[in-house]
Design a protein around this ligand. Structure first.
Ligand code: SAM
Length: 232
């Protein structure tokens, strides 16, 4: 019988944010495919998980993929984890999941944290209709993307690295204008967790005084546009 590929969510900061089922699956799996095995070791040690790790990251080549698929085909169960949160959400997983499915391997998700979802529910912004972009394109396509947001009535969510936040907000502000609510979720679940709310000018001015540090989720909502749902 073929093995199962478990997609296991792990904490985005606070190591207590892991489910009992995730711990059990990580213990019971034959292997853990991890993005950075040294990073994951901290979590695995805390929960006394001794399952052998195999590295699987965005630069893993087809041989690594084939190795994992062969293990699954030979009946081994593999738990896939990333450095933080849910594998596949702006993290490697997609190619492995696709290839596993092509090989008739069962996929079981073990749900848990994801930074964008934690940020959304704490944002106070409309949360029934939203659109998640992950990391934005670095150069080409940014202008076109921001322009397409002019008529966006859903809450827009994306990840951004600290050294690009000010520039990104300035670029978006220039294109979208002032009628937008901005929420910045920083270092969620960690000691320096912070959620900032304001307009473009307020948030940009804040970061110019206090340069951004840590991990960030950015959320934008057009104030004028109304969302049509009723599940407020
Ligand atoms: N798989 C992860 C998830 O489910 O959210 C996302 C991984 S992606 C490579 C890493 C990015 O997620 C960071 O650069 C940051 O934008 C966001 N992120 C991860 N942890 C975060 C945290 N604790 N607080 C705020 N943003 C976080």
């Amino acid at each position: 019988m073929k093995g199962i590929l478990y997609i296991v969510s792990t904490p985005i900061g606070n190591l207590e944010d892991i489910t009992l089922r995730a711990i059990r699956m990580l213990k019971e799996a034959d292997y853990i495919a991890a993005e950075d095995t040294r990073h994951s070791k901290i979590l695995l040690d805390k929960y006394e998980i001794k399952t052998p790790q195999i590295s699987f990251h965005s630069y893993s080549d087809d041989r690594k993929l084939a190795q994992l698929i062969d293990l699954l085909k030979s009946g081994k169960n593999i738990a896939l984890i990333s450095d933080a949160g849910t594998p596949g959400i702006s993290d490697p997983a997609y190619k492995l999941i696709q290839t596993a499915l092509e090989n008739d391997i069962k996929i079981i998700p073990i749900p848990g944290p994801s930074a964008f979802l934690a940020a959304l529910v704490a944002s106070g912004l409309h949360m029934h209709n939203f659109i998640y972009y992950g990391f934005l394109p670095l150069k080409k396509g940014r202008q076109t993307l921001f322009t397409s947001w002019r008529n966006e009535d859903r809450t827009i969510i994306f990840y951004e690295s600290p050294h690009r936040i000010i520039k990104t907000l300035e670029q978006i502000h220039k294109i979208l204008g002032d009628n937008w609510q901005i929420v910045i979720a920083r270092e969620l679940t960690k000691i320096h967790e912070e959620i900032l709310r304001g307009n473009f000018a307020e948030i940009i001015s804040h970061f110019k005084q206090k340069p951004p540090k840590g991990e960030f989720v950015l959320l934008l909502k057009n104030i004028k546009a109304s969302c049509s749902d009723t599940l407020q």
